[in-house]
Design a protein around this ligand. Structure first.
Ligand SMILES: Cc1cc2nc3c(=O)[nH]c(=O)nc-3n(C[C@H](O)[C@H](O)[C@H](O)COP(=O)(O)OP(=O)(O)OC[C@H]3O[C@@H](n4cnc5c(N)ncnc54)[C@H](O)[C@@H]3O)c2cc1C
Length: 428
């Protein structure tokens, strides 16, 4: 019986393309398993998205996961299988015990952050662990192509001779925030190899509006309930909403933005976005707007809402904010209730990949084995992270996906090569 640690056996060579979240996790597990691990990163250091994540604090994981909040056009079952391969509790243990990176739960959101509140500590802990197990990081290593060989892969680089390796892990991310290094290379590699790549789109991106009445509210933030839907799909969220100079943002808007993006990309523009601005229900608002009560409409609304928003909602509902409740007509009350409970926000577009936190769409999950993330059509090729057709809402979900798939790909690449080495050795 031969193990990888035997001196007679050359360790398998695994090239990981991209030293972002998923690539670093793949490197940790491939290197820990004994593979000669080469991390090929086109930027000067890698992990740039990790460094800017969570406003520089890195929302590393959620404290609870609702699988139904992930979005994919691939099989939901395959997605769940992959997610369950590394449960949340084990991921938390890995960071806290293996990487000695204590995590802290933010009370009001339930999001987990490194206790140091420094995204850099997450990136550094992963990179150090991979390097301590022998992984080598090659920066400014821009992979331009991949060619399957008889017993492995040839990896072409922009400014260096091609590399011959046993296994390749594609961890190139998507198209979002290109200045972090993601340029969609992984999609191009996959397409060239004949794999199914589902249509990609910007997700978790701010929404724009031409309605100047709302621009004037820039800076106002409040917790809301939001939903977006069109003839094809829907999504809803409960989180913070932020008015900006160009439209709407905040986690609530980012979470539902893909519905608007897709309806625009598909040329329909039939998506609508509805907001419930407060926690009061219809019965309670009806009671508060009762004509028998005293006071003005604005007076009632501003008890629950920032004053400028209360005024804007009156204008939106075509009701004079100074109108007294006793003068309020039935149709005006109806329009006010609509504006308060299901405000149909006018949107004109979105901010796109430039600031989108993730890319929706990507390599279809049917192309990979859920356990090893190995490509069914091309043995020796693995995928992980955002290049795959899955993303989740704000709250640490996207790192959860990157960690689970990165680990599976790292172990998969290392174990698959190990098995081949064992067979070869046994034959010898
Ligand atoms: C501003 C912002 C904040 C975010 N905050 C959070 C958060 O707090 N919590 C959360 O869960 N998610 C967050 N996300 C999303 C999260 O960062 C991504 O889901 C995650 O980084 C995806 O990991 P990845 O490794 O697949 O891709 P990336 O992290 O994008 O890494 C891909 C890497 O591959 C490299 N690369 C690409 N092509 C090549 C090539 N041809 N050759 C060599 N190298 C290549 C790139 O340079 C890059 O380093 C945030 C995203 C943004 C933009």
């Amino acid at each position: 019986m031969v193990t990888l640690r035997d001196d007679n056996v050359t360790p398998p060579r695994v090239a990981i393309i991209g030293a972002g979240a998923a690539g670093l996790m793949a490197a940790v597990f491939a290197a820990r398993g004994g593979a000669e691990t080469l991390l090929l990163e086109r930027t000067s250091e890698g992990g740039r998205k990790l460094l800017i994540s969570g406003g520089g604090r890195c929302n590393i994981l959620p404290s609870e996961v609702d699988e139904s909040r992930f979005v994919t056009d691939s099989s939901a079952n395959s997605m769940k299988k992959i997610l369950r391969s590394w449960p949340l509790s084990e991921q938390i243990d890995f960071f806290e015990k293996d990487l000695r990176l204590p995590l802290e739960k933010e009370a009001e959101t339930g999001k987990l952050f490194p206790a140091s509140q420094r995204a850099r500590d997450v990136r550094d802990a992963m990179l150090s662990d991979a390097q301590a197990h022998g992984a080598k990081l090659y920066s400014h290593a821009f992979v331009t192509g991949l060619e399957p060989q008889e017993h492995g892969w040839r990896v072409q680089l922009a400014n260096a001779p091609a590399l011959e390796v046993n296994r390749v892990v594609i961890a190139t991310g998507g198209l979002s925030v290109p200045k972090t290094g993601s340029d969609g290379s992984g999609f191009a590699f996959a397409r060239k190899l004949g794999l199914k790549v589902n249509i990609t789109y910007a997700a978790l991106t701010p929404v724009t509006s031409n309605d100047r009445r709302f621009h004037a509210l820039a800076g106002i933030a409040l917790p809301v309930e939001i939903s977006a839907s069109d003839s094809q799909r829907s999504y809803s969220a409960r989180d913070a909403f932020l008015f900006t100079h160009r439209g709407f943002s905040g986690p609530a808007v980012l979470d539902v933005s893909h519905i608007l993006v897709r309806s625009q990309d598909e040329g329909r523009r039939d998506a609508r976005m509805y907001v419930n601005w407060t926690s009061l229900d219809e019965e309670e608002w009806t009671r508060r707007l009762d004509h028998a009560r005293s006071g003005t409409v604005l007076g009632v609304l501003r008890r629950e809402l920032p004053e400028r928003l209360a005024e804007a909602l009156c204008v939106h509902a075509q009701v004079d904010p100074a109108r007294t409740l006793s003068q309020l007509r039935k149709d005006e009350r109806r329009r006010l209730l609509d504006a308060l409970l299901r405000c149909d926000l006018p949107w004109s577009g979105h901010e796109g990949y430039r600031v989108a936190e993730v890319t929706g769409g990507g390599v279809d999950l049917a192309e990979v084995h859920p356990k090893t993330m190995e490509c069914r059509k091309h043995p020796g090729l693995h995928f992980c992270g955002e290049v795959l057709d899955v993303f989740g809402p704000i709250g640490g979900y996207n790192f959860l996906w990157a960690w689970a798939t990165g680990r599976a790909a790292g172990i998969g690449a290392m174990e698959c090569v190990a098995q081949r080495h064992q067979v070869t050795k046994a034959r010898d």
